[in-house]
Design a protein around this ligand. Structure first.
Ligand SMILES: [Zn+2]
Length: 187
């Protein structure tokens, strides 16, 4: 991603948030007491389906995805083990989740790494073009998502796969109309 475009995008979007605007699906807190034995991941999946009003088509596509609860989940990142809330292996149709973070919003995010992997290259390019094009207009809801992402991990703001996942995770079917065609199985 070119740096000037990212910077332009940050400047335009971050300054454009009306004070009363809130995310339709705000961040859910982790549950430090949760264990793999105590969490019903199928119920969490259902809460995502219902809360985000996932289409029947989307549910049918996602149902075969294996959801593994892994306590103290960690992945190798830059040669070191790093704790993460969840890790998605799209090609294996598998999502590993730390039970502390097994909530509908995290699943909504992770699921989109799988749905993104099913987009064609052309759809991905058009999604990125549409998204960065909206930076020019300073769309308020997108601004809110970006501010949230930047507060958690600034590197995500220029990672189109994380942007894709978080637009869906925080906005669901309240996302801007022009982005909905890129989430054909969800909305
Ligand atoms: Zn992600």
């Amino acid at each position: 991603m070119c740096k000037w475009l990212t910077n332009l995008f940050k400047k335009k979007l971050m300054g454009a948030i009306p004070p009363a605007l809130v995310l339709p699906h705000p961040e859910e807190p982790g549950n430090p007491q949760a264990t793999a034995a105590a969490v019903n991941i199928i119920a969490v999946r259902q809460a995502w389906y219902d809360g985000w009003r996932v289409s029947l088509n989307g549910r049918g596509l996602f149902n075969p995805v294996t959801l593994n609860l892994v306590e103290n989940l960690a992945i190798v990142y830059n040669g070191a083990l790093v704790k993460v809330p969840a890790a998605t292996y799209a090609e294996l149709l598998r999502i590993d989740i730390d039970p502390k973070w097994a909530n509908p919003g995290v699943l909504a995010h992770e699921s989109q790494h799988i749905f993104y992997s099913w987009l064609t290259e052309d759809q991905r390019l058009k999604f990125a073009a549409e998204y960065f094009g909206m930076a020019e207009t300073g769309d308020a809801m997108l601004s809110l998502v970006v501010r949230h992402m930047a507060g958690r991990d600034p590197s995500w703001v220029s990672d189109i796969r994380e942007i894709y996942a978080d637009i869906y995770r925080y906005l669901g079917d309240k996302m801007p109309e022009s982005l909905k065609p890129f989430f054909p199985n969800m909305i």
